[in-house]
Design a protein around this ligand. Structure first.
Ligand code: F6R
Length: 608
């Protein structure tokens, strides 16, 4: 979602702000702006609706040598995408960029007498509120920001500057990430550490309720209650290569093709094929605690939720004494759900910043239930607030549509289930096939991607002009179908829905006609014949079926077959998901869409 950058140092501020905003482009935005200040405090404010490239052309006409400033990419919440609603917002002496939502902005606006508001945003109200406490520089900026934030309800990550003191940036957070990059003679601000790469690897991650006053050589952090905080400088783990396209046309294709390697990182040191055991250190639960677990709650949104659903099927297969409930975070946070004793909650999030997932984590912690993060972004808020965790280690996922994270999240959760099963003494004969397949998955993923990359490109041409699609699966192939449908709809804008095969006759079968194609996942196994009967029902009604299967003898008269030859059986749906990813990607490319930044979407959903 929205991105924040800031700079104070000896170099050209515009250069860092623009390059930093470009790094944050992937998070989704619809307008952008920067404010820079010269030594006397003279401000240059440049904003635009649209892309950073448009901002760059405007800045080329307003080139300044200013050494301090703040910048922002906005994803509209209050007010349409427009230049006037873009940040930074300037009110009096105050310049502010804001991520998040000020929930009580209307009340605050009514109380702020004498201000004329130019935009429809909640953020401009916050800028005015700070200005009202700043009183033309009579009070220190940090104090004015603290006074204002004490009145605010909602979420924020902010960077604030004043034209009275252009050497200082004040940043604060509650629910929206902010990182301070510590350089030599310069201090950088970003809402995502990737914007800092190439400038510094030393970062301070601000916590909720903290406010920092930064200048080129100092960072002073306090809580809103004025308690001093000693800054912990951490090393940024990501490297520059990981956030570049590396010769691929799109990040999405790069990330799909990276899965053999990214999954290897998830498995590294955790799966042992000598003793056929899974060893996860991160969750931090003792053997005795694991043995007592009777119930798992898996919380996530979108793709992370689908990964949880898939993992739940597997965990229930090999751990009979356990129940698994998989919940959508935005719903669960408002349910009055009672979590039984002996539960553990898995909090699943690629970004580690999703607002609804984070809110669930906090609610669940209040009930005293141990929380385990299945997170990718190192140092993210969820990663820091869970009791223990398993990083999936897939590296930065830049494309808005999640691909490599899904595969690794699902496998990481299955591994967590296996550690519980091991502790409970489930026979190794039951667990070993899963462990063996998990160990083989990276190689098998590579084979499938190499073999089907081109064929899926061709097949996509044939189906790209359909308006509707139905994805179908049973058992472990059902969450996989849900994930396939989500991928297609979010990047190709084709209306795609997923159903469990068994549900077809309860309604969706009525849809089958020439406007639809059906993407049927048919893994070999106990339910294969039943799923095949369901496909026949679709074919009998003139359906346009693409079948994805690992069954050797497959002779249904479907329109297209993707036949995967693999030794993987139990985990075949994970391989089938790769086919769905490639298919969605090539359909979106065929339609000429912006696959990495689909319309209306943002990478990390930091507002409710
Ligand atoms: C879909 C997608 C989203 C995310 C969801 C959760 O491709 O990317 O559905 O999976 O917004 O995001 P995280 O995992 O960052 O919490």
């Amino acid at each position: 979602m929205c991105g924040i950058v800031g700079y104070v140092g000896d170099k050209n501020a515009q250069d860092f702000l623009v390059s930093g905003l470009k790094r944050l482009e992937y998070r989704g935005y619809d307008s952008a702006g920067v404010a820079t200040f010269d030594e006397s405090g003279k401000a240059t404010l440049v904003k635009t609706k649209g892309k950073i490239a448009d901002l760059e052309s405007k800045l080329a006409r307003e080139r300044r040598e200013d050494k301090a400033g703040i910048g922002h990419t906005r994803w509209a919440t209050h007010g349409e995408p427009s230049e006037v609603n873009a940040h930074p917002h300037q009110v009096g002496d105050i310049y502010l960029v804001h991520n998040g939502i000020i929930e009580n902005y209307k009340e605050l606006k009514d109380q702020l007498k004498g201000y004329e508001f130019k935009s429809e945003t909640d953020s401009e109200v916050l800028a005015a509120l700070i200005d009202s406490f700043y009183k033309n520089g009579e009070y220190p900026l940090t104090n004015a920001v603290v006074q204002a934030l004490k009145l605010v309800k909602g979420t924020y990550g902010i960077a604030v500057m004043s034209d009275k003191n252009p050497d200082e940036i004040v940043v604060a957070r509650a629910g929206s990430p902010l990182v301070i990059g510590v350089g030599h003679g310069e201090t950088l601000i970003a809402s995502d550490a990737s914007a800092l790469l190439g400038h510094t690897k030393q970062a301070i991650y601000l916590n909720d309720g903290e406010i920092a006053t930064v200048s080129k050589n100092s960072v002073e952090i306090k809580t809103l209650n004025a308690e001093p905080v000693s800054a912990k400088v951490e090393e940024i783990e990501t490297n520059l290569a990981a956030i570049q396209k590396d010769g691929y046309e799109h990040f999405l294709l790069k990330e799909i093709m990276e899965q053999p390697e990214s999954l290897k990182e998830t498995l590294r040191g955790r799966v042992n094929t000598r003793d056929w055991m899974v060893h996860l250190g991160g969750p931090g639960l003792t053997e005795g605690e694991l043995r007592k677990v009777k119930h798992l709650v898996i919380v996530g949104c979108g793709t992370a939720y689908h990964a949880g659903l898939l993992a739940a099927y597997y965990i229930e297969q090999f751990t009979p004494e356990i129940t698994v409930e998989v919940v959508i975070a935005s719903e669960y946070r408002y349910r009055q759900a009672y979590i039984p004793r002996d539960s553990v909650a898995l909090i699943v999030s690629q970004s580690g910043e999703t607002a609804d997932t984070l809110a669930c984590l906090r609610e669940i912690k209040k009930q005293g239930v141990p929380t385990i993060g299945i997170v990718n972004a190192i140092g993210s808020t969820i990663a820091r607030e869970v009791d223990g965790g398993t990083y999936v280690h897939v590296g930065p996922e830049i494309s808005v549509a999640s691909t490599k994270a899904f595969t690794s999240q699902a496998v990481a959760m299955v591994m967590f289930g296996l550690t519980i099963a091991q502790a409970k003494g489930v026979r190794s004969g039951i667990l070993r096939p899963y462990i063996s397949e998990i160990a083989k998955l990276p190689e098998e993923i590579k084979r499938v991607l190499d073999e089907f990359n081109e064929p899926m490109q061709e097949m996509a041409q044939k189906y790209k002009d359909y308006d509707h699609a139905i994805y179908l699966g049973r058992d472990t192939a059902y969450p996989t179908a849900m994930e396939g449908a989500l991928k297609l709809k979010e990047i190709s804008y084709i209306d795609a829905n997923a159903y469990a095969f068994g549900e077809l006759k309860h309604g969706p079968l009525a849809l089958v006609d020439d406007r639809f194609f059906e993407f049927a996942l048919l893994p070999e196994g106990e339910l294969y014949d039943k799923a095949v009967s369901n496909v026949q029902e679709v074919l009998a009604r003139g359906g346009h079926v693409i079948a994805v299967t690992n069954k050797k003898e497959f002779d249904l008269p479907v329109e297209d077959v993707v036949k995967i030859t693999t030794s993987i059986e139990l985990m075949a749906p994970i391989l089938m998901n790769l086919i769905a990813q490639l298919f969605a990607y090539y359909i979106a490319v065929g339609k000429g869409y912006d696959v990495d930044q689909p319309r209306n979407l943002a990478k990390s959903v930091t507002v409710e």
